[in-house]
Design a protein around this ligand. Structure first.
Ligand SMILES: [Zn+2]
Length: 164
């Protein structure tokens, strides 16, 4: 089997594992990390750094900035899981993400990690059913309500809905 097929299979397996956590809201992103064998540490990181992933003693560790709000920490963990699944061979001595999720990786790879994070935290079927549940709400009220349900920022919701 070619490397590309193996990597596709590996990504598909990870997606299947993640789907098992899509029965409860907000999605338990810490549990997903631990199921994948990744340790999460809420850490004191330099100002302007949201998170990082690196390998220490054969274990992948995600560090997330303790000064960020919970919603941002959750997105950061999901983003770093994205790097772990999609860009594992590029982690090297670590990937450090600033507050705009920029790192040593290209913008294209960062966008992939952001998209993967959105899939983890805001699966489409749940977004659709919540929009149906909140059908009396419009615009900002709807984004607020979804933000609370999914425990993500309203910005993350708007990006997911193509409103930003
Ligand atoms: Zn990143």
């Amino acid at each position: 089997m070619s490397n590309i097929n193996m990597s596709k299979e590996h990504i598909e397996n990870a997606r299947m594992l993640i789907r098992q956590f899509h029965n409860i809201l907000p999605v338990k992103v810490g549990s997903i990390a631990s199921k994948l064998g990744v340790k999460v540490k809420i850490s004191t990181l330099p100002t302007g750094i949201s998170g990082e992933i690196k390998k220490e003693d054969n274990t992948y560790i995600i560090k997330v900035n303790r000064h960020d709000v919970k919603e941002r920490q959750r997105f950061t963990i999901a983003h770093e899981i994205g790097h772990f699944i999609l860009h594992k061979e590029m982690i090297g001595d670590g990937i450090v993400d600033d507050a705009l999720y920029r790192s040593k990786l290209s913008d294209r790879l960062e966008a992939e990690a952001n998209k993967f994070a959105a899939e983890i935290l805001m699966p489409w079927d749940l977004i659709k059913s919540k929009i149906e549940e909140f059908r009396d709400l419009k615009n900002e009220e709807l984004y607020e309500a979804l933000s609370k349900e999914f425990e993500v920022s309203t910005t993350a919701i708007k990006i997911r809905l193509g409103k930003l």
